[in-house]
Design a protein around this ligand. Sequence first.
Ligand SMILES: C[S@@+](CC[C@H](N)C(=O)[O-])C[C@H]1O[C@@H](n2cnc3c(N)ncnc32)[C@H](O)[C@@H]1O
Length: 266
Amino acid sequence: MSQRLYWLGNAAKSRIIAEILALSPGPEPVTVFDYGCGDAGDWPQILADHPHLRLVGYEPYTPSCRRARERLIGHEAEMLSGQDIATLNIEADYIVSFSVFEHVVQRAVFLQHAKRILAPDGLFYLNYDDGHFRNLLEVSRPVTWLPALRAWGRTVLSGPSAALGRQSHYQHRVMAEDADLLVTEAGFSIERVDYHNLICLKELAKAMPKDLQQAFVQWWLDAEQVLNERFRAELVVSLYGDHTNLWRQMLSRTLSLRHHSPNLSD
Ligand SMILES: C[S@@+](CC[C@H](N)C(=O)[O-])C[C@H]1O[C@@H](n2cnc3c(N)ncnc32)[C@H](O)[C@@H]1O
């Protein structure tokens, strides 16, 4: 296998990082902005393996930001939080945002910041997922009941809770048409859309022994690429907020965005 893969439990993130490394293998320095980076996930390992990458992370939830800062000590990385986003003045070659958009209260504002931060030739991977909203409860497995009910309750309560100022637990399904319209209105053009994380393969990844994980994820990425390229169709009936057939079993959608550059025919 050529390139080491990261985020082995999530094909969407794994694919985006692999693509960035393929497009920008170094040694020229590259700035990646991770918008809503949580505790920084696999970044410590990625930065250790690829010293040409510089990470700027933004995480509004203070405990996660603090944890990310600790985990990134010694790496080419900077962590921001709170109002930093409003004044951040960088030109990011890449923006990644993994599983964040469904938690964002003011989605248009979120996109305006990304628009300002992205370099003129930059690429913005806007990924969101639907796992929180598919509360699958198996009647024969009581162990699934509580998590499913809890996730449903969290979604129901998160709107009123956000209205009262507690935004960190907000979650609301992203409808594909809304996302596409919002990014267009923010001044991006959609270069590509991919679906990832086929439910059964994501589950299987959790049961993969360590020595098989890299090979398994490479196969998983290849398989999902084929699904996206050859077996994707738009259905008449929209389900879970999306007309695309793959969305029914692949819960993660990624928009690859660039600045919209109007041409003469626009
Ligand atoms: C499900 S977590 C994903 C974290 C990380 N990207 C990952 O993949 O592990 C969602 C994150 O979105 C962050 N978030 C919510 N609203 C945000 C906003 N307006 N701007 C940036 N991040 C936000 C939350 O604080 C949380 O860390």
